[in-house]
Design a protein around this ligand. Structure first.
Ligand code: ADP
Length: 569
């Protein structure tokens, strides 16, 4: 029966678990859940990735710019001096053109001496060259001084003239020309130099090389000073998946919306699709834009995976927490119940010890006083004293066995035994008691039972416990059946009664230590709740098991099964 104290303990446990563990854990999970949801709603992962993309593009653009400046400055350094003769100048410019195959042409404009323009002959014919020279002469004659003035204000005296131009052969190409001044000349003397980037070189070599360098640098730590920078800037998700490389594209800035399929250059791994983030290039490649995306995935997919993983982790955490909670609750519940059983056990056992002791003392004292005169009465008293002391012994044996089993120190002494005889002898010593209590004993022992290696004392104790239970838990019909027979390779010992029976849900629990059923008769009958747990331990130690079949109000049948082969020795 569950006491008030027990339900109090349970209530306190639920409260402690709830306040100390569940509430904080649930709050944490809930807050995290909301957090992940807000990240999903506000597309924060995408925003983070895009911000880093933007940064990568800024650095990429800087790299492109500095490369173009470097190349241009190298050419400018090779320009002829003012003191050189025209032929010398022409020769030096020619040399520059042949040394720098990426330049379509170079030119030197002098407001006093005119223009010299040397071109790559295989890419530009003389007529085209002459037209360009004419165009520059016209332009610089008018705006030369102004351009020089502009360049003086800049940190690098270079201005760029770039854009898409129609080719005479059809289609458009992107070209960029650097125009630079020479600071040694005064304001009244306009001298300008220039070098034009070959469109084919830009498209086939310059940008592809740079883009591939960027893609390979992104996630390898030893490919240059910028690599580390990229590493630090990449979103955490991307770093965790080093296979997520970046891909870049260069395209005419105004073409993406109108003609998304007209990229100028694609890096390796671009695959298909639009860039996630774009960046318009300034000089020297004004008019072009850079695009960036992941190779083979998108920021949205990464974000979706991240959100999904986060939810999964939170889900698993919740399940684990609930599981842990249920387990803790159940185990503490068990402990509470066990504590109750133990305290019941202590009061039962002390009661059980006290009653026979009191009886023994009472009858012994009565006999001592010599007041009993008839031999018959004396015999009756002696028999009561014997029976009570037997009960005491049985109880103490049970408790001792139980404590040995609990301590893991119970040892069995297996000997070849005639079980039929063992059963018969045990019953014989109880026959008188059985009959005196008004029980009908039906004994059925098969002949030809082979000898078996068992611990005699233990098996006898198991039988005594079962017989005692049958006697204790019968009220109306007083019947005790004991059957020993062979069922193929198993020896079966059945003890049945027609007593109060056991509810189905309690049938598996009666073998637990200290467990006693809720029946009022059980409540009023003395017992320790140890008997059946001993019976089970004993049979299992013999390699067998014990089963119960019972119908409440109709009776119970306990069956011990002991294997005849493969015995424990
Ligand atoms: P005890 O008899 O000392 O209480 P046991 O371990 O022998 O302890 O039995 C455990 C419980 O199983 C008993 O308290 C009783 O409720 C139930 N039980 C055992 N044998 C019978 C039986 N033959 N008929 C009805 N109930 C039984």
């Amino acid at each position: 029966m569950k006491s008030k104290r027990e339900s109090n303990a349970r209530f306190r446990l639920v409260l402690t678990l709830g306040l100390a563990v569940v509430l904080p854990a649930l709050t944490l999970i809930f807050v995290n859940f909301q957090h992940v949801k807000s990240i999903q709603r506000d597309k924060k992962v995408e925003a983070l990735i895009h911000r880093d993309f933007q940064y990568v593009l800024t650095i990429a653009a800087k790299k492109i710019t500095s490369r173009a400046y470097e190349m241009t400055e190298r050419v400018r350094d090779g320009f002829p001096a003012d003191t050189d003769s025209d032929d010398e100048k022409r020769r030096k410019l020619d040399l520059l053109v042949s040394q720098n195959p990426w330049a379509t042409y170079v030119f030197l404009f002098d407001s006093k001496k005119g223009i010299i323009l040397q071109q790559q002959r295989d890419r530009m014919d003389d007529k085209e060259a002459a037209e360009s020279a004419k165009m520059y002469t016209g332009w610089f004659s008018l705006e030369g001084p102004y351009l020089c003035e502009q360049m003086r204000k800049k940190s690098k005296p270079i201005i760029w003239y770039s854009g898409e131009t129609d080719r005479p052969s059809g289609g458009t190409v992107y070209a960029s020309t650097a125009i630079f001044s020479f600071p040694q000349f005064g304001r009244d003397h306009t001298v300008l130099g220039g070098v034009s980037f070959d469109p084919k070189y830009l498209k086939q070599t310059f940008f592809p090389e740079l883009l591939d360098q960027l893609t390979s640098q992104t996630f390898t730590s030893d490919t240059g000073p910028n690599a580390q920078g990229f590493h630090e800037l990449m979103p955490q998700e991307a770093i965790e998946h080093p296979d997520q490389k970046l891909a870049f594209m260069v395209y005419p800035a105004d073409a993406l919306k109108s003609e998304p399929d007209r990229p100028m250059v694609l890096s390796t791994g671009w695959g298909s699709g639009k860039p996630e983030v774009t960046y318009k290039l300034d000089d020297p490649f004004r008019g072009l834009a850079l695009g960036i995306k992941f190779q083979g995935t998108t920021a949205e997919a990464i974000s979706r995976r991240w959100v999904w993983q986060s939810f999964l982790i939170l889900g698993v955490l919740s399940v684990l927490m609930i599981g842990g909670l249920v387990l803790t609750y159940r185990s503490v519940n068990k402990q509470v119940a066990l504590a109750r059983l133990k305290s019941d056990f202590v009061s039962n056992v002390s009661h059980e010890l006290r009653t026979p002791l009191a009886l023994i003392r009472l009858y012994a004292e009565t006999l001592e006083l010599g007041r009993i005169t008839t031999q018959e009465k004396k015999n009756e008293y002696y028999s009561i004293i014997r029976k009570e002391s037997e009960r005491l012994t049985a109880l103490i044996n049970n408790i001792l066995d139980f404590s040995r089993i609990e301590a893991g120190g119970k040892e069995y002494d297996f000997r070849e035994t005639d079980i039929a005889e063992l059963v018969r002898n045990t019953l014989d010593s109880y026959r008188y008691q059985i009959e005196q209590q008004g029980f009908a004993l039906e004994e059925h022992i098969d002949s030809g039972i082979p000898p078996l290696k068992v611990d005699r004392e233990a098996i006898a104790r198991a039988l005594v416990n079962l017989v005692n239970n049958a006697l204790k838990y019968s009220n109306n019909e007083k019947f005790l059946g004991v059957k020993l027979y062979r069922d193929q390779s198993v020896l079966k010992l059945e003890v049945s009664d027609r007593g109060i029976g056991i509810e189905r849900h309690e049938q598996s629990r009666i073998f637990e230590k200290f467990y006693r059923t809720c029946d009022p008769l059980v409540h009023n009958t003395k017992g320790s709740g140890l008997g059946l747990s001993l019976v089970r331990h004993i049979t299992q130690a013999h390699g067998g098991d014990v089963e119960v079949e019972s119908t409440p109000g109709r009776g119970s049948k306990f069956t011990l099964s002991l294997p005849l082969v493969n015995q424990t020795t």
